[in-house]
Design a protein around this ligand. Structure first.
Ligand SMILES: Nc1ncnc2c1ncn2[C@@H]1O[C@H](COP(=O)(O)OP(=O)(O)O)[C@@H](O)[C@H]1O
Ligand SMILES: [Mg+2]
Length: 236
């Protein structure tokens, strides 16, 4: 069985069903993308995986443990780290303090210091602003902070919700370069993106979500070359 295995997942908000029978797999060490237009259900999918949606049906298994019906804290403790849409940093806390939250569960303070320094190396703007409240950062810096905080929790599976959203191309490139580095280091990542071009460059395998159902899947390079996908998602 795959590291993350989603089978026949149906989920939504109360009576509103958003995801219908979604199945997907993420192998250990892989970056898998889920592409989809605005409103397709990408955020809903990540929220279901994180245990934030009551009443999900189907199967979600991570490294042999079933996640359906588990509480979000429990799922986080299994090593799933979710960087939500809109980033979710603590605006009144400084950059440094936000990063400390990411490393809260780690007892080894020396290792935490070393890992934090590594994040400042990967994201130089965060180092410059380490004593400023997160609320004063630009959108790109907040995305960097949210990603750095998630990485400091040493995730076994990173769930990334549209890291490129609302950001200037140059900042997006910076963030995806860091993602490349950590992915090459072996991070397992499920990336949801409207920006199909970026996501297909980053991922090895990808799924297309269309109004709550998976309508296409394949190796990223193949999807990037597919005429229908190119027309619908790559604006070519
Ligand atoms: N809290 C909510 N309550 C009811 N419907 C919602 C809620 N959040 C999202 N939806 C609906 O679920 C669908 C999928 O939304 P979402 O998962 O946010 O899509 P995406 O992230 O792909 O843009 C949309 O039709 C949206 O209106
Ligand atoms: Mg979304």
């Amino acid at each position: 069985m795959s590291y993350l295995s989603v089978c026949g997942l149906t989920a939504g908000y109360g009576p509103v069903r958003v995801l219908r029978e979604v199945s997907l797999d993420v192998e250990r060490g892989a970056v898998v993308a889920v592409l989809g237009a605005n409103g397709a259900g990408k955020t809903t999918l990540l929220r279901a995986l994180s245990g934030l949606l009551p009443g999900c049906r189907g199967e979600i298994t991570f490294d042999g443990t079933s996640l359906i019906g588990r509480r979000p804290e429990r799922i986080a403790r299994l090593g799933l780290s979710h960087v939500p849409e809109g980033r979710g940093t603590f605006p009144e806390l400084t950059v440094e303090e936000n990063l400390a939250v990411g490393a809260l569960l780690s007892p080894d303070r020396a290792a935490v210091r070393k890992d934090t320094d590594r994040m400042y190396e990967l994201f130089p703007p965060l180092a410059e602003r380490r004593r400023q409240p997160a609320g004063l950062l630009s959108g790109g810096e907040q995305q960097m902070l949210a990603l750095a905080r998630a990485l400091l929790s040493k995730p076994r599976l990173l769930l990334l919700d549209e890291p490129s959203m609302g950001l200037a191309p140059m900042v997006v490139r910076q963030i995806f370069e860091v993602l490349r580095v950590v992915a090459d280091d072996g991070l397992t990542c499920l990336l949801v993106e409207q920006n199909a071009r970026l996501a297909l460059e980053m991922a090895g395998y990808a799924y297309v979500l269309t109004v709550g159902s998976i309508t296409a899947e394949g190796p990223a390079a193949e999807l990037a070359g597919d005429e229908t996908i190119r027309k619908a998602y790559l604006a070519l």
